[in-house]
Design a protein around this ligand. Structure first.
Ligand code: UD1
Length: 417
């Protein structure tokens, strides 16, 4: 068990380089199963979740070479089609590997991912899409076995634009017979990144990034090299770290259009934002103004930044509101913020946050990946020494988090409990 110890109250200043996207890397690494060949991937963040995904690939029989942010995967020699249960439980998003394994081998076994910290997260949309593609699904004591003689393209309409289900359908149908369409598809940039990668290896995917995607099955895929897009959620997190500390920071290697809603909200709160190609400069005012946030599927305000903004709103002038529309259990961190003196009431999907002048430092507990990062931001702005416990959650998704914050002038250290 590790904790962060943060001496708060310092303005963050300087430049920070944004890492490759966690949520794009995971399906892209899974996609390397499909070509039965080499994938050279660049800009993959070295974090717990990518390490687990690579561990699964090795267990399936892939050869994996890692050199910093560059990873070379050779999927020619895969000899297992089962995702190990213990690894499946460590990371929910391993479910997207199922689509890639079935897509190539027409069979896959994995365990039911179950609930997680931020909600029930069922996979009914994934499974009903698989059935539409002619895949048989047998469920037995928590295990799901998928098999078929061939995958045949179909027209799939998603009841909700699920990111994971959209990715899983793409991965399962790139090598299918005929044409698959997905209507009400998720439009997140990570899906476009996955499609660009697969197209570079010879797939035929059109419309990724819109709500209608067409996949024309191809017979064979080839060797590929690909650079993963920057992490828009990490970018939003650092902008908020700048904002909450009254700082002045510059993000490098970021795609500004990917975080348009967050940029607008920060401007509304009083921050000055300057955008230039792949850089964003943020200058925060002495006191931020209250704002209202509603999470929505892309291009709406991302649920993954809801908690991060929640920390910022705790010290804004006036009363802010948050409505969380994507996950039903994403407010746990707010109870920890209350322990730091935040004035918050929660009713169902809505949280009302009355800004206080300063948060007070104390020991708090990370509740999930983004909730944990939110508490770090709260600690950076609070007066005194804050301890954020259970940072394993945070390390799942942020590369060199404390190092990057230290470079911006934060006093934050890891403590082994
Ligand atoms: C992905 C992201 C996660 C982000 C989320 C929403 C990755 C690895 N994770 O998660 O960081 O917060 O998108 O932007 O990319 N749902 C169902 N049935 C299904 C699938 C989903 O009811 O079969 C529900 C979920 O419970 C949730 C909502 O749909 O309430 C959104 O889930 P989804 O878009 O699938 O998110 P993930 O792909 O799990």
């Amino acid at each position: 068990m590790q904790s962060y110890v943060i001496e708060g109250g310092r303005k963050l200043e300087g430049e920070v380089y944004i890492s490759g996207s966690k949520n794009a890397s995971l399906p892209i690494i899974a996609g390397s199963i499909l070509n039965g060949n080499i994938s050279k991937l660049y800009n993959v963040p070295n974090i717990h979740d990518t390490q687990i995904t690579l561990k699964i690939l090795k267990l399936l029989g892939c050869k994996v070479k890692k050199n910093g942010k560059k990873i070379e995967i050779n999927s020619k020699y895969i000899n297992k089609k089962e995702i190990p249960e213990d690894l499946m439980r460590q990371m929910r998003s391993t479910v997207i590997m199922a689509g890639a394994i079935i897509g190539r081998f027409k069979e896959a076994t994995f365990s039911y991912p179950g609930g997680c910290e931020i909600g029930a997260r069922p996979i009914d949309l994934h499974l009903s899409a698989f059935k539409k593609l002619g895949i048989n699904i047998e469920e037995n004591s928590g295990f799901i076995r998928c098999s078929c003689d061939k995958i045949v393209g179909a027209n799939i309409n998603l009841d909700f634009p699920s990111v994971g289900a959209t990715e899983n359908i793409i991965l399962a149908t790139v090598l299918a017979e005929g044409i698959t369409t997905i209507s009400n598809a998720a439009m997140e940039p990570e899906i476009e990144d996955l499609a660009n990668y697969l197209n570079k290896m010879g797939a035929k995917i059109e419309g990724a990034g819109t709500n209608f995607i067409k996949i024309t099955g191809v017979k064979k895929l080839k060797e590929v090299s690909y650079k993963v897009m920057p992490d828009r959620i990490e970018a939003g997190t650092f902008l908020c770290a700048g904002a909450i500390t009254g700082g002045n920071i510059e993000l490098k290697e970021v795609i500004p259009e990917h975080i348009t809603p967050a940029l607008h909200k920060l401007q509304e709160a009083g921050c000055n934002i300057e955008i230039e190609n792949r850089s964003i400069k943020l200058q925060a005012p002495k006191k931020l103004k209250a704002i209202d946030i509603k999470t929505m599927p892309y291009p709406g305000f991302p649920t993954d930044l809801q908690s991060i903004f929640g920390a910022v709103l705790a010290t804004c002038k006036g009363t802010s509101t948050i409505v969380e529309n994507i996950f039903e259990n994403r407010y746990k961190y707010l109870y920890e913020l209350q322990r730091m003196g935040a004035k918050i009431t929660i009713e169902g999907k809505m949280a009302v946050i009355k800004g206080v002048r300063k948060l007070s430092a104390t020991s708090v507990n990370s509740t999930d990946l983004r909730g944990g990062a939110a508490l770090v931001l709260a600690g950076l702005s609070a007066k005194g020494t804050t301890k954020v416990e259970n940072i394993e959650y945070i390390l799942r998704g942020y590369e060199k988090f404390e190092e990057k914050l230290q470079k911006l002038g934060a006093r934050i250290y890891i403590k082994n409990n």
